[in-house]
Design a protein around this ligand. Structure first.
Ligand SMILES: C[S@@+](CC[C@H](N)C(=O)[O-])C[C@H]1O[C@@H](n2cnc3c(N)ncnc32)[C@H](O)[C@@H]1O
Length: 315
């Protein structure tokens, strides 16, 4: 079966970014290029877009599909979006009209049995977006002690049974280390089975897989740095749009927008502002937008998506 990635909340992203001919945009998470394609269509004939992805396979796939149509209006770089402040100006995108972050992983990555992202797909537990850097998830499972694993599952997966799962992994690796997605999913299902009286919509290993992926890719630090870099690149009136898929990501986006909207970071007890920081953002979405029931039905991956958008104020 052909795997594809359906862009999430695509109409909402387009209405928030409002891309016009001649404009410059950054897609910090190219993935399958679905949002990029819509932006390039809307900015015809001369808008340009810089697309980043940490995953070289994503870049290659999008270039193959979209370069014949859009030519040099599409510029790509294999890079982590935490490096935006250097990568974008070097690529000629020093000031832009909009930036999009569609976080997490694509359906292509989830379906790739060599990457170990999915408990249903299986495969060696790697989980890196960029396989040329860092260490695979299996390495963390083989080397961290039970306390460190429990902290990781608790912090990045909000997994209530983190201690029990961590101890089982450490006990099992005495004889056979956990190296594949199937083995990890089976272990979690065995030691932390779902409560039959509280039916869950998700697999019991969902939180553990999320936690490992976040840790392996340092996703939360990268997001914080990527948002700060993108804001610096926006021209006044430029829009920053972020799609997140779990509460840890959404909390970072929400707090970042709130802090940049407030400006001043002085403690409330100070009678006058001493930091001198001005507000840099205006919220475009007061509350996050979520997909309609029809979109979730057509694309279940959209289920947990939240969109937030903000606009850069004049200096
Ligand atoms: C949800 S997909 C994007 C889908 C895309 N919007 C589309 O419509 O096809 C997320 C992509 O972001 C990439 N990614 C995740 N974190 C990244 C980071 N810190 N830097 C660069 N790329 C990242 C992943 O490799 C993945 O390809």
């Amino acid at each position: 079966m052909e795997v594809g990635h359906i862009p999430v909340l695509a109409d909402e992203v387009m209405s928030m970014l409002a891309p016009a001919p001649g404009s410059l945009h950054i897609d910090a998470t190219l993935g399958g290029g679905g949002h990029t394609e819509r932006i390039l269509e809307a900015t015809d004939p001369d808008g340009r877009l810089l697309g980043l992805d940490a995953d070289g396979a994503a870049i290659a796939r999008v270039v193959d599909r979209l370069r014949p149509r859009f030519g040099d209006r599409l510029v790509t770089r294999r890079a982590n979006f935490r490096e935006l402040s250097t990568v974008a100006p070097e690529a000629g995108f020093g000031q832009v009209d909009g930036a999009l972050f569609d976080l997490g992983l694509s359906s292509y990555q989830l379906a790739d049995a060599e990457r170990g992202f999915g408990f249903r797909t299986g495969g060696p537990l790697d989980m890196r977006f960029d396989t040329s850097r860092g260490v695979p998830a299996a390495h963390l499972l083989a080397t961290l002690d039970a306390d460190a694993l429990a902290t990781l599952f608790g912090r990045y997966g909000e997994e209530p049974r983190s201690g029990r799962i961590a101890r089982a992994i450490v006990a099992q690796r005495e004889t056979t280390p956990v190296t594949t997605a199937e083995e990890l999913a089976a272990l979690v299902e065995r030691v932390a089975p779902p409560n039959p009286r509280q039916p869950r919509r998700t697999h019991p290993a969902t939180r553990v897989f999320q936690a490992l992926r976040i840790a392996v890719n340092e996703e939360l630090d990268a997001l914080q740095e990527g948002l700060a870099a993108a804001l610096d690149l926006l021209r006044p009136g430029g829009r920053l749009v972020v799609l997140s898929y779990h509460s840890l990501e959404d909390r970072i986006v929400k707090r970042f927008f709130a802090a940049e909207r407030r400006g001043c970071v002085c403690p409330p007890e100070l009678p006058v502002c001493a930091c001198g920081r001005d507000p840099r953002l205006r919220l475009v979405t007061r509350r996050s937008l979520t997909p309609s029931a029809a979109e979730v039905e057509a694309n279940p991956r959209a289920r947990s998506a939240r969109l937030r958008a903000a606009e850069r104020l004049a200096a």
